[in-house]
Write a protein that binds this ligand. Structure first.
Ligand SMILES: Nc1ncnc2c1ncn2[C@@H]1O[C@H](COP(=O)(O)OP(=O)(O)OP(=O)(O)O)[C@@H](O)[C@H]1O
Ligand SMILES: [Mg+2]
Length: 224
């Protein structure tokens, strides 16, 4: 049996993988800049540390360039993970995107269980949704993350009070290429939907008003 992948599918996959890697490279880049600033502020001069930061930033740049030539394909690798722990560490990663904004985070994870998910792709989806929530807030706002296990399903609600999604656009947001941002690709939600579906999980926009935009992710618990 041949399992041939079309040129179009291959290109789509490459774009998706590149997008996710780029998101996380920018976290490395931002934190190395923060370390540099903190050293300056504290008046610490350390050639070796400065060199290390230069190397990290250079590597980030080289990986970015190499992404353009990415040829390999990705697969989903399901593992048994703790729902609460996975969510908490994903939230920490996503907070790196709060720059020059006053955003209050409120996180409430009611209970936990085991889930079966990809240890890279599941957190990456959470990061994408929180990144969007941060980007939807202009200067000041609030992001709430409420999670619980109910009826053997893990439910994660990511809520922000930024600019809402117009009703007529609600269907389009999960289609790749739809963006309202100057520097956006319109890939984040399309990737999340596809990757979550591969993990037997799902995502939907539950509500979007001036007061609240709510994205809801659901994933069945591991039945072992
Ligand atoms: N939490 C949110 N609040 C308001 N609008 C949102 C939110 N999440 C997504 N959107 C809208 O949906 C569009 C598509 O989101 P998506 O994450 O797919 O792409 P993007 O953020 O524009 O670009 P990127 O490819 O960098 O993720 C956004 O441009 C924005 O208009
Ligand atoms: Mg996005």
């Amino acid at each position: 049996m041949t399992n041939q992948i079309s040129q179009e599918e291959l290109q789509e996959q490459i774009r998706y993988v590149s997008h996710e890697i780029r998101n996380h490279l920018s976290i490395c880049d931002m934190y190395s800049q923060i370390i540099r600033k903190n050293l300056e502020k504290s008046g610490i001069k350390n050639d070796s540390t400065e060199n290390a930061i230069d190397c990290i930033q250079k590597s980030v740049q080289i990986i970015g360039a190499n992404l353009l030539e990415l040829k390999s394909l990705n697969t989903t690798n399901l593992k048994i993970l703790d729902f609460k722990g996975t969510l908490e560490s994903s939230i920490e990663l996503a907070k790196a995107y709060v720059i020059d904004k006053d955003i209050e985070f409120e996180v409430f994870i009611k209970n936990t269980s085991l889930i079966q998910a990809d240890e890279n792709k599941f957190p990456a989806c959470i990061v994408n949704i929180i990144k969007n929530a941060i980007e939807a807030i202009d200067v000041k706002g609030k992001i709430e993350i409420l999670a619980e296990i109910k009826n053997e399903i893990g439910i994660i609600k990511i809520i922000n009070n930024g600019k809402p999604i117009p009703k007529e656009k609600a269907e389009q947001i999960f289609t790749q290429g739809y963006t309202t941002k100057k520097t956006g690709c319109g890939l984040g939600l399309a990737i999340c939907k596809k990757h979550l579906n591969e993990q037997n999980a799902d995502i939907k926009l539950s509500k979007s008003t001036k007061a609240q935009t709510i994205f809801e992710i659901t994933i069945p618990i591991y039945q072992g």
